[in-house]
Design a protein around this ligand. Sequence first.
Ligand code: ZN
Length: 382
Amino acid sequence: MSLLLPVAAASGYLAGRRGSEKSSGQRVTRLTSSYFRGLNYLLNEQPDKAIELFLQIAEPDSDTLETQLALGNLFRRRGEVDRAIRLHQNLFTRPLLSAEQRSLALVELGEDYLRAGLLDRAEALYKDLLQVDGQQAIALRQLIEIYQQEQDWESAIAAAEQLCESGDCTNTALVAQFRCELADQALESGDHERARAHLQSALNDHPECIRAELQLGNIELEQQRWAQAARHYERVAKLDPDYVSEIVRPMLTSLDALGDQKRARRLMTELTERERGSASLLGLVHLVEQGDGRQAAVELLAERLHERPSVRGVRRLLDLSFAPDDDRESVALVRDILDKLLQREPTYRCGRCGFRPRALYWHCPSCRSWGTVKPIHGLVGD
Ligand SMILES: [Zn+2]
């Protein structure tokens, strides 16, 4: 209902406006502009209800630029991208557009192209806009978006660096992700040194880049540089304990190769205090089993499972308590049920959109956010 009020008020306003346009032209333009901007916000909330009413009042008043822009925006929002593109292109045929008005129309047209998936056209248009004073920042932000969609990471980094030079350096975490993408490409072609260089640059841009630390750890592990690998994994755990499940195994492998059981136990013990999942506990149980024997491992695990139950922990307890070849029906049945439970559950979840993939994505396939997918914790999680 609240939508009807401003719309009704505007109808009356527009009807009355035609008589007094000459005397207060300045004021009228300002009011119209703020009115339609306000209406745009309403449309964002409840587009379907507002659309028809808006069209009724907007179309007769088609001569102001603000109205045209609001209308074009509306078409796009409604999925009528072709119509929005035609409208915004027609604006350019008007003889008396100021440079600022032309830029406004360009930005809208760029949005249309993006929505229509016409990335080449959007890219060309925003490159033109780069030449217009005062429009560089918006053009660069849109170009960064386009290059991401095109997976053109080099260009995305260059655009972000240019944006930073003009004063907006808020994209460092994003740039680090782009560098990690380049590192992935280098690894795929077997170029470890190039990958390593990209990852180091990522950390220079954004020292808290978990992905770069993890990838560096994996490269060092593969090249059997155990001490360096362990350092990167330790750093991952320090930056965000939610990723501990990603590093426990490779970290124990590295420390085992170094023969440093003492450090391994100390790290795992520390991590059990900070981690919400059970990966570090299972790592610690593994070390206790090796060092102090199976009974000590069972006691430790059983005690901790009371405090924080987990299916993964119970599954491990089963293995510790019964020999792997124990084929009694009841043991096999419980083992089977627990395995199925663990297999069926997704292991990761995007904190932004809730998407639950079975692998760790750094770029959420659903909402396209970076670094929001994490391991799931809790009863059936890691
Ligand atoms: Zn997501």
